[in-house]
Design a protein around this ligand. Structure first.
Ligand code: KG4
Ligand code: ZN
Length: 356
């Protein structure tokens, strides 16, 4: 079954064709990052208009590339699209385009949750690059989505069923990286730059004792009750952000590499600590990592260490599928058919959609 996936929740216009949920025939991503860079963050109106301009070309290109790989024209068996969470004016472009396309092709529409789709990325492979693992072999699994907008620990009892068991109470991990980079004058988006300069610093100063002891994302007492989730499975990065600001006000940003490495380490330790707690709470068969921050080299390394210690595999995506893309939407749609057909045709965008 060939599914065309469309993604426009934030600042990437993306489309892909995925066969049977895992074999990626094509994945086209047009990133708007340069358009938003001057503003230091994503501007919804600019995102929406850029999606409108690019979507026809991106979808056409994904079908053309898939046809080349398959050796014949691709007529998708279904169209899958992100309906949330994300920026409302951005989501509307993709959802409406997908509705029109599904109607014109006479194939079912499938509405997909962007966060759940990030957790499908370790199960995607480009056609010809070997078989992807079968998700059914790894449940019950713990999922961790770390992106620009979210940080969620997700219980996956069987494949396609999701429940958030922990999350951030304020900023997402990616947002924490982006805000720090802005403060340190490192540009947008912040994650990749901080990752790079932190690595340089750490290879010159391997001792962790040289790092600034920033707070490790523990929520203030009583606060996590608001989210109805246990405090030891929640993080809060607002204190970390304040600590960084105070540090820079007090001592200046002359040691940007050391500050970046210390700040990154605080985020990494916060993620590793909550993940360990979650893994010890239930018997899981794997940790599934997804989202843009999963590209971070220290995040991967440290979660790899946690998984080795707890005796289970860490499943990560190839870098191509870590950021937003259409393949994760098309891939998950094969497994999760909860909103399809007429229901999908009637659905509205859900900017604050949660997992599950
Ligand atoms: O998943 P994604 O592409 O979009 C959302 O759904 O939010 O994630 C984007 C986020 C940005 O905050 C970006 O700074 C972060 O992922 N990011 C990284 C790295 N690469 C991207 N964060 C840390 N280290 C990286 N190497
Ligand atoms: Zn995303």
């Amino acid at each position: 079954m060939d599914i065309l996936g469309i993604e426009t929740s934030c600042d990437e216009t993306a489309a892909a064709v995925v066969r049977d949920g895992r074999e990626v025939l094509s994945s086209v991503v047009y990133t708007q990052i340069p358009l938003h860079r001057p503003y230091g963050g994503v501007v919804p109106e600019i995102a929406s208009r850029a999606h409108v301009e690019k979507i026809t070309e991106v979808v056409g290109e994904s079908l053309a590339q898939a046809a080349k790989v398959a050796g014949r024209e691709i007529r998708p068996d279904a169209v899958a699209v992100t309906y949330g969470p994300g920026l409302s004016p951005a989501l509307i472009v993709g959802l409406n385009f997908a509705k029109g396309l599904a109607a014109a092709l006479g194939v079912p529409l499938m509405a997909i949750n962007h966060l759940e789709a990030h957790l499908h990325t370790p199960f995607l492979r480009m056609a010809g690059e070997g078989d992807a693992p079968d998700p059914a072999a790894f449940t019950p699994a713990l999922g961790l989505v770390v992106s620009g907008g979210h940080t969620n620990w997700v219980d996956i009892p069987e494949y396609g069923k999701y429940e958030t068991i922990g999350q951030t109470l304020d900023d997402a991990a990616g947002e924490a990286f982006d805000k720090a980079a802005k403060l340190l004058g490192l540009g947008y988006p912040g994650g990749p730059v901080i990752d790079r300069i932190a690595k340089e610093y750490m290879s010159a100063h391997p001792s962790r004792r040289d790092l600034i002891p920033f707070p490790k994302g523990r929520p203030r007492e009583g606060v996590s009750a608001l989210a109805g989730l246990p405090a030891d499975l929640c993080v809060s990065f607002s204190g970390l952000k304040t600590a960084l600001l105070r540090h820079v006000q007090r001592e200046g940003d002359g040691e940007r590499e050391r500050i970046a490495a210390s700040y990154q380490e605080a985020i990494v330790q916060a993620l590793a600590e909550r993940t360990t707690t979650a893994l010890r709470r239930h018997r899981y068969r794997a940790l599934i990592l997804g989202g843009g921050v999963s590209l971070n080299s220290r995040v991967r390394e440290e979660l790899g260490r946690v998984c080795a210690r707890e005796g289970l595999p860490l499943l990560t995506a190839s870098p191509k599928f870590c950021g937003d893309n259409g393949a994760m939407i098309a891939g998950l749609a094969f497994y999760r058919r909860n909103i399809t057909g007429e229901d999908a045709m009637r659905i509205d965008v859900a900017p604050s959609l949660e997992v599950g």
